[in-house]
Design a protein around this ligand. Sequence first.
Ligand code: ZN
Length: 298
Amino acid sequence: MGPWRRCHYLLSAATTTSVIIVAMYYLDPHIHMVSRVTDDYVRMAQAGCVAISEPAFWAGFDRGSAEAFRDYFRQLTDFEPKRAAQYGIHHMCWLCINAKEAEDVSLSREVISVIPEFLDQPGVLGIGEIGLNKNTKNEVTIFQEQVELAMKTDELILVHTPHLQDKYRGTRMILDILKADSRVQPGRVLIDHVEEHTIAHALDAGFWVGMTLYPVTKCTPKRSVDLIERYGSERIMANSAADWGPSDPMNMPALLRTLDERKHDALTIHKIAYENPLRFLSQARRFNFDPPLPLRPE
Ligand SMILES: [Zn+2]
């Protein structure tokens, strides 16, 4: 049995009195299944995916009304969990208006007023992915108003950080806003799409971080393993963020394989793939996933 199979299927002795089973399970904590086909669910389930979380995001076009978001939130909270369940995958989601559409402040405020209607649906994890896109004043306003909603309703927060040239400045702006609010507990916030130049800022401030495994931009599996080797495995998770653009849900298994090739032990791989996302997401008020393996005590 080769190292990858060993890592997949078994087993790592923890102490003389207990044995921890390391199965092939993983969670993808950021993926947009509304824009994926059912074959993706099949492939993910075959690769060991047991649960996903789906943030609300930009559809590729600006929606014309708050009603369009209401329909989208119904899709996220009702239809998509049922579709995922057919393939043995537990679906959870996040609600918000995304940074790209937040430029329209009055529409955004209407959408924010709709969100509480859905916050008590099973499997709703919190507010996300909120954040910045071009770091504009309007985006900042709507980001702050959604943080306010999360604080009032005791929700977890998932933060989208901007792309490429806007990332460093946008990430710093986001972290400054969050750190200035004493109600925000960093352990209940995930700063997503971190890269080499932003990860330390988020980790040092106590936040969870997500590395997004894209084929070209953001992090590749190799770059993500470099980051784990540099920053350790605490409060770090990875995701495919697969959507309607160039992206690949199979990048999560690719990362786990790369970790194995780079000689990381089975428990570290299990921690990145399964325990870390589970530990973060299970803080949500309505977390309703019964995991196939328990978390090891911290
Ligand atoms: Zn996303």
